[in-house]
Every structure is written in structure tokens, then in C-alpha cells.
Design a protein around this ligand. Structure first.
Ligand code: KG4
Ligand code: ZN
Length: 338
């Protein structure tokens, strides 16, 4: 007999994490994430290596997620999978797997937009944020300020016009000679550094869009000049450099988030994406929340970075609205936001 409740299997394979999760009536029962370390020595994600690793791990990861949740294949009501955006070869692995399983079990297939799922990672843990809320989604590939007025109704108010916030961290870290991904290392060194020691200009971009490429360039010129005069400059000032770079990135993000909150009058504020793990950012958000009376919602770290729980939860809300795809659904590297 099938277990009761709406049970969704979520599958995520858009970049370098292979993940599967089970959601039952909007509650996550399991969330298995296999991170790929094959990319570290190349200083960034190598698409071909990512696809191969997904192919090797997708079956055991799904199997583990089912076992952890105590769910059998016959219990599944639908399969939700990341259709876009992401690396095409990586997306194809998850898409093909999800399609085959849905076809063999004769259950609905639900295609998910990865960035919308990041926003809905805020609906995994109680207390849930009230609608409407603003979500600052900050990852290695994206930076967006999204107005979410219903689980399936979202609008991008602003986004980066060049690099993502995570890229700004990682590229700055590279300039400092730190390994990839450098974001967490900058966070670590910054904790004992002086954020006001060095100043990097903030870009002047109109509206709610953001930009990070100018910051990276000014850091690069600054470091080139200093190292020429003092070869040990980076080594001697690593903590202060990390703290100052981190502060600049945080200031850019907070400036636009405050602006979005003021313009919309929305004080329910959520965050998502790997960069939201940053301690300096979390402190800055807390400070602003107290100052402006924001109701802040910060997901647990396992739901901030790429994960299938957010795919399963988004699948659950789509299932409730009867939004299923057919077997012609195909992976797409770029995606429109509908
Ligand atoms: O969301 P995510 O796991 O993957 C995608 O890009 O989709 O985000 C990864 C990004 C990387 O750029 C990484 O350096 C950054 O998040 N990141 C951090 C921290 N933890 C992860 N950046 C700053 N501080 C952190 N603690
Ligand atoms: Zn992501």
C-alpha cells in the first residue's frame, strides 16, 4: 500500500552538487548532497568533470535519500528536478534520470527553475516567512533581489549586471593567492581583520541592480601597486585585506536590499544561496533588521547552498497547483523567469 501524504522526490544537478531529497506534505524527510571535489585543483568548476561525477553519483544519492526517508518508489507522487539554469551537461544528467523514473513509475514530472527554488528554500523550516517577502539570493552564479508574493509568484526587482556576489568573493580570493572557492576563506580570515583598513569604491548603479566587476578590478590594481612596493604586502595584511574586501561586498548588497525594502515597504526579509553563509553578512543583516524592524528569515546552511530539498519543496507547491511538465521537458542552460 502507498504511504499517505503527498510525497515528492527532488533532484538537483545544475552545477557541482548531486543531490536528492524527499518531501512529504511540505516537510523535508531527507536531503542527501554529494559535493564534487574534482574541481578544486582547477580553480573552478570544470563542466565535463561535473557531468561525469553526476552520472556516477546520481543513483546512489537518490537511493540514499529514499532509504533515509523510509520511502519506496511506489510511495512517490511526483518527481521534481532542476530543469534550468545551470551547466547543460550537468542538468542533462538530472533531467534524463528524472524523466526515466517518472516514465517508469507513471507519475508526474515537475520541472523546477533553480533560482526560484533557492527563494523557496525559505519555506523549508518553521517559522515560515509571511508573504510578501524579499529574498536576497546570493550564490556563485547569481545575485538577485526577488519579491515573492506567493510560493509560485515571484518577480526579480534587481540583479547583478556582471559578476555574482560569490564570484566577487572567489575572484578576490584568487587575487590574494587563496584556493578555490575562496569565499569561505575570506570569511575566516576576515573575522580577525579590520574592515576599515582598506577602502575599495562601491559602484554607482541606478535602481536595484548590482555590480561587482569594478570592485574586483580596483582590488587587482591596488594589490599590484602594493606588491610592487612591498613584496610581502598580501601575506602581512591578509586578515585586514579579507575584512576590507568582505565589507565592501556586504555594503553593496546591504545598500540595495535596504533600498528594495524602502521602495516596496516590505520588511519580511529572506536570504538564500551559498554566500548567505558569510558571517559578516549575517551580522550586517541582524544589525539592519534591528534598525529597520525587519523580520529576518535565514535558512540553515544545508538549504542555502545547492540542495535538492529546495527542489522538492518547490515541486510540492507546484504539485498542489497541478503544475506538471510532460516528458518533452528539456534541460536548459539559460532560463526565462516566468
Ligand atoms: O549557492 P552555492 O553553494 O553554489 C552556487 O553557486 O550555486 O554558492 C557558492 C558560492 C561560492 O562562490 C562560495 O565562495 C560562496 O558561495 N560562499 C561564501 C561562503 N560560503 C560559500 N562566500 C563568502 N563567505 C562564505 N562563508
Ligand atoms: Zn544555486
Amino acid at each position: 500500500m502507498k504511504r499517505e501524504g503527498i510525497i515528492i522526490l527532488g533532484i538537483e544537478s545544475s552545477c557541482d552538487e548531486t543531490s536528492a531529497a524527499i518531501c512529504r506534505d511540505g516537510k523535508i524527510l531527507s536531503n542527501v548532497i554529494a559535493s564534487q571535489d574534482a574541481h578544486v585543483k582547477y580553480g573552478g568548476v570544470v563542466p565535463e568533470l561535473a557531468s561525469r561525477a553526476h552520472m556516477q553519483t546520481i543513483v546512489p544519492v537518490v537511493d540514499q535519500a529514499m532509504k533515509k526517508a523510509g520511502i519506496d518508489l511506489k510511495d512517490l507522487d511526483a518527481i521534481a528536478f532542476t530543469q534550468s539554469p545551470g551547466l547543460i551537461g550537468a542538468l542533462l544528467v538530472g533531467t534524463s534520470f528524472a524523466k526515466s523514473l517518472a516514465l517508469s513509475l507513471d507519475i508526474p514530472l515537475i520541472s523546477i527553475h533553480h533560482m526560484q527554488a533557492h527563494v523557496l528554500s525559505n519555506l523549508i523550516e518553521s517559522p515560515l516567512p509571511s508573504f510578501p517577502f524579499l529574498c536576497l539570493t546570493i550564490s556563485g552564479g547569481h545575485t538577485q533581489i526577488v519579491l515573492c508574493s506567493d510560493p509560485l509568484k515571484m518577480e526579480i526587482l534587481g540583479e547583478t549586471i556582471d559578476d555574482a556576489a560569490g564570484e566577487a568573493f572567489d575572484k578576490s580570493a584568487k587575487l590574494l593567492g587563496l584556493p578555490y572557492p575562496g569565499g569561505p576563506l575570506i570569511d575566516q580570515y576576515a573575522s580577525t581583520g579590520d574592515p576599515n583598513r582598506f577602502h575599495f569604491p562601491e559602484p554607482q548603479i541606478e535602481g536595484l541592480n548590482l555590480s561587482f566587476s569594478g570592485v574586483k578590478t580596483s582590488i587587482m590594481y591596488f594589490l599590484q601597486k602594493q606588491v610592487k612596493e612591498h613584496p610581502n604586502f598580501i601575506h602581512d595584511h591578509l586578515n585586514d585585506l579579507c575584512a576590507s574586501i568582505q565589507q565592501t561586498i556586504i555594503n553593496i548588497l546591504m545598500h540595495k536590499l535596504k533600498k528594495a525594502s524602502m521602495e516596496t515597504g516590505i520588511k519580511n526579509i529572506c536570504i538564500a544561496g551559498g554566500v548567505s553563509a558569510n558571517k559578516g553578512l549575517r551580522n550586517a543583516l541582524q544589525e539592519q533588521a534591528e534598525k529597520y524592524n525587519w523580520k529576518l528569515h535565514v535558512p540553515s546552511f544545508e538549504y542555502c547552498t545547492d540542495n535538492a530539498a529546495m527542489i522538492a519543496i518547490t515541486g510540492y507547491y507546484k504539485f498542489l497547483k497541478g503544475e506538471a511538465s510532460n516528458l518533452h521537458a528539456s534541460a536548459s542552460a539559460r532560463a526565462t523567469w516566468d
